[in-house]
Design a binder for this molecule. Sequence first.
Ligand code: FAD
Length: 458
Amino acid sequence: MIGRDILKELEDIVGAENLLTSRASLLCYSYDAAGQSYIPEAVALPANPDEVSRIVRLANKFKFPIVPRGAGSGFSGGSVPLKNGVVIHLSRLNKILEIDTENLIAVVEPCVVTGIFQDAVEKLGLFYPPDPASLKFSTMGGNASTGAGGPRAVKYGVTRDYILGMEVVTPTGEIIRTGGKTVKRATGYDLTRLMIGSEGTLGIITKLIIRLIPLPEAKKTMTAIFGSAEDAARSVSDIIKSRIVPTTLELLDKNSLACVKGNLGIDLPEGTGAMLLIEIDGDPLILDKQTKRIREVCIVNNSMEFRVAANKEEADALWKARRGASPSMLKFWPGKISEDIVVPRSRIPEMIRRLDAIAERHSLTIASFGHAGDGNLHVNIKVDKKSEEEMKRAEEAIKEIFRATVELEGAISGEHGIGISKAPYLRMQLSDAEIEVMKGIKKALDPNNILNPGKIFG
Ligand SMILES: Cc1cc2nc3c(=O)[nH]c(=O)nc-3n(C[C@H](O)[C@H](O)[C@H](O)COP(=O)(O)OP(=O)(O)OC[C@H]3O[C@@H](n4cnc5c(N)ncnc54)[C@H](O)[C@@H]3O)c2cc1C
């Protein structure tokens, strides 16, 4: 419980105007996109790493929890203050500090919005590929802390592949620097990688050093429609097998497309069972050859329709279904449960078969869409949360989905993290020994369990 004396000390650190305590403000910081709500006792908006460090030292002195927060767009409850305490919202640390076109690096503060950063580097002919669908509002610090991915991960990898270094406030309040501005470095443990994906439990990121690459010369966008998700999934494997690594290889199954069609009215041929959205980039001459090869692969796998965008407007139209998948599903299935599994991409057809069987066994409607090119599927279960009986069936189905995922050598989260939502299932993925190693790291860095307690391990 945070008393008046602690609130006064917090106010002295960040200033009265940067300490939020009204009920209305606290409610705004009580949830993320996962939908669970826990109300913090205060929200602090520090202006610099020194203020972050002073808050963390105070938390250690009085033993209250701290929860770092970016945009609060996480899908696993990571930024939700499960044990109350103080939310540190890093919104005032929102500057792009440097874009170095000679060394192809940039330095940013954690609350720079990912899409704004991408636009800034692209104006200079450079490229920061990680593109979570939330890029218009999620932050670089949040992306690093969850290890965010996106459609371009097939070719370019995820956030972790672009972070060279960080400035971090440790859970005991020291300000440390990990990694640096060089692309290689062999000086002890790789603390940068340790922080990535640690979901705000091992440190508060106050600066990021980012690796950039040259902006590709051109890109081509296409869609292929299939009668079944299995045909589409087989095309994914065959495209990669034919030595083409697309920038993007996204799949939408029949139920996802039904929601998109109902919401956005997109045109789909009779008998559509799945759609692939494919994007390739690079040298324009090579792109034509690759487009031809991709079309052949899709036709061999029974594609009913294949479209190639002639310009940016047409490309945007082809993206419409994929971009609209999540919001459309939310509109028609407001209580849906979303999972974020990943399997080796050659196992996607098998995973789709298993998902169909699980849906049938439990009389549930399941829709899958997402980054099939890297094996990452967003599996959505339609449920009426008021029906206890249906929720029970859904819970059984989730366990079976995770069991199948692990059997196929996949992971129960590809990009959203464990947070609160997946903590009960962590043991399906990791052994006791593996969990103990992780808990040991947490204990070594955070002896008072101040930073984001209750997350990942439950
Ligand atoms: C419509 C929609 C689409 C999405 N699409 C994708 C997608 O394609 N790919 C994907 O990976 N995710 C996606 N997400 C999920 C979410 O956007 C990502 O997890 C994102 O990385 C979270 O960023 P954030 O700034 O909102 O972080 P938050 O939600 O605020 O925090 C996420 C976690 O990071 C921690 N954290 C935040 N900032 C810091 C910091 N500076 N230091 C230490 N810890 C910190 C928090 O404590 C929390 O554990 C989507 C979400 C929505 C709503």
